[in-house]
Design a binder for this molecule. Structure first.
Ligand code: PLP
Length: 454
């Protein structure tokens, strides 16, 4: 008899799971999670887990927040839907745009909504190209991203993503997308190279790439303040100031992908501020609604807006928009989410508990399996290595990160492995005691992992 439950078998026969080994899934079946409260999730057998990755870096206010449920219900009752095509609007779209303009860490003229982070970055590419054409610069189309970046999965945003498995056999990346070096000092610094020498080299790599391609062909640069799905890579503090200086020399749009870092994750409203970026525009999603409704957004700078106005005069319309652009329920939920962040001082709370999070992660640096332990705000990772001294990675066939995540899950903590890095990104409302509980499970899990692999 199959040890899989009836629902698990039905899942295997009907559901396609993103970022899952579909062949292995047929053997293991799903973890069915049907309920959430605060920072906890409950599976179909009633087992409780700490959600150590805030869903997919998104459930910042945790589960079962009645205020958000009520905001959504009220919005649905009042106006379940209107588009904002053809000049229509609604109060929540206006109020949310005003609020985002006020909060944005870069000069912002307008806000454009989408339904996800991928759509936000897709719109960034489209509008960058649109602006180049409006400015009479049709050759200015190349977008520079970085190796190990994660910007989404639509054809264009997957192309920006710098992870091989997002491109392989999908015939990606598309033309005009380039990738420069990744600011992971632990993994990519040369023997004896200091952080400062490393960031000098990376800034030079970017400058050389722009020169090689021809500055007149390079339209934009995009970067996450802290890389998430690439393995929680926190650039050295000198990195972005040097990147800013390179970009300032050229006529290049500078896009900060705030999809993970935005809305308090790093202890400031935006990771851009924490990491010293000077973007032209930001992409937002995830915590904008604390994942109670799918939503993405980008800020539009005045120069881009003027180019869009010119195009409307020329073409007769702005030829872009999703059915669910500025969905009234999404806008109402986002407004309530931001109201809660402000009222409950969520960003200050992150700053208060981050030292506990950072200290607990740092303590694992001595563990024989941990090559690098890193954290900023409530975002962190442990990078597992086969040899601490030489930084030798495990044989990828061992899938050590996934094995570690499985062990933690068995012990009541849900996290995600990004290659050999195990990432931590709990809901922002987590308390210091809950952080300690979470890392006690990690300590136990690493002991079990050690017994299995050493
Ligand atoms: N950008 C970043 C930094 C992300 O981490 C993600 C998703 O994890 C995306 C974009 C894509 O967002 P979505 O999955 O909502 O399309």
């Amino acid at each position: 008899m199959s040890r899989l439950s009836n629902m698990a078998v039905r899942d295997i026969e009907t559901v396609i799971h993103p970022y899952t080994n579909l062949a292995r899934h047929r053997e293991t079946g799903p973890l069915i999670l049907n309920e959430g409260r605060g920072i906890h999730l409950y599976d179909d057998k009633g087992k409780r887990y700490i959600e150590g990755l805030a869903g997919l870096w998104c459930t910042s206010l945790g589960y079962g927040n009645e205020e958000l449920v009520e905001a959504a219900a009220q919005a649905m009752r009042k106006l379940s839907y209107t588009s904002i095509f053809s000049g229509k609007s609604h109060d929540s779209a206006i109020e949310l745009s005003e609020k985002l303009k006020e909060l944005a860490p870069c000069p912002t003229s307008k806000v454009l909504f989408g339904g996800s982070g991928s759509e936000a970055n897709d719109m960034q590419i489209k509008l960058t190209w649109y602006m180049s054409n409006a400015r009479g610069l049709p050759k200015k189309k190349k977008i520079i991203s970085r190796q190990r970046a994660y910007h989404g999965v639509t054809i264009a945003s997957a192309s920006l993503t710098g992870l091989p498995w997002v491109h392989a056999d999908f015939d990606l990346p598309i033309a005009n997308i380039l990738h420069t070096s990744c600011p992971h000092h632990y993994r990519f610094a040369e023997e004896g190279e200091t952080e400062d020498q490393f960031t000098d080299r990376l800034a030079k790599d970017l400058d050389d790439l722009i020169q090689k391609e021809g500055p007149e062909t390079v339209a934009a640069f995009i970067a996450e303040p802290i890389m998430g799905a690439g393995g929680v890579i926190i650039p050295p503090s000198s990195y972005f100031p040097k990147i800013n200086a390179v970009l300032a020399k050229y006529d290049v749009r500078y896009i900060a992908d705030e999809v993970i870092c935005g809305f308090g994750r790093t202890g400031e409203w935006f990771g851009t501020t924490t990491m010293g970026m000077k973007p032209t525009s930001i992409s937002m999603a995830k915590a904008i609604t604390s994942a109670y409704f799918p939503m993405g957004a980008i800020t539009i700078e005045e120069e881009l807006y003027q180019a869009m106005l010119d195009e409307s005069r020329k073409l007769g319309t702005f030829g872009h928009g999703f059915t669910y652009t500025a969905h009234p329920v999404g806008c109402a939920v986002a407004l309530k989410t931001i109201e809660i962040y402000e009222r409950d001082k969520t960003v200050e709370h992150v700053r208060q508990v981050a030292p506990v999070f950072e200290k607990r992660i740092a303590q694992f640096a001595d563990h024989p399996l941990v090559g690098n332990a890193r954290a900023k705000g409530l975002l962190g990772a442990l990078e597992l290595v086969a040899d601490k001294k030489t930084k030798r990675a495990f044989d990828p066939k061992k899938a050590i990160g996934a094995l570690c995540a499985d062990i933690l899950q068995e012990n009541g903590l849900i996290v995600r492995a990004m290659g050999d890095a195990v990432a931590f990104c709990p809901p922002l409302v987590i308390t210091a005691d809950e952080i300690n509980e979470m890392f006690d499970i990690v300590a136990k899990g690493l002991k079990i992992l050690e017994e299995r692999v050493l």
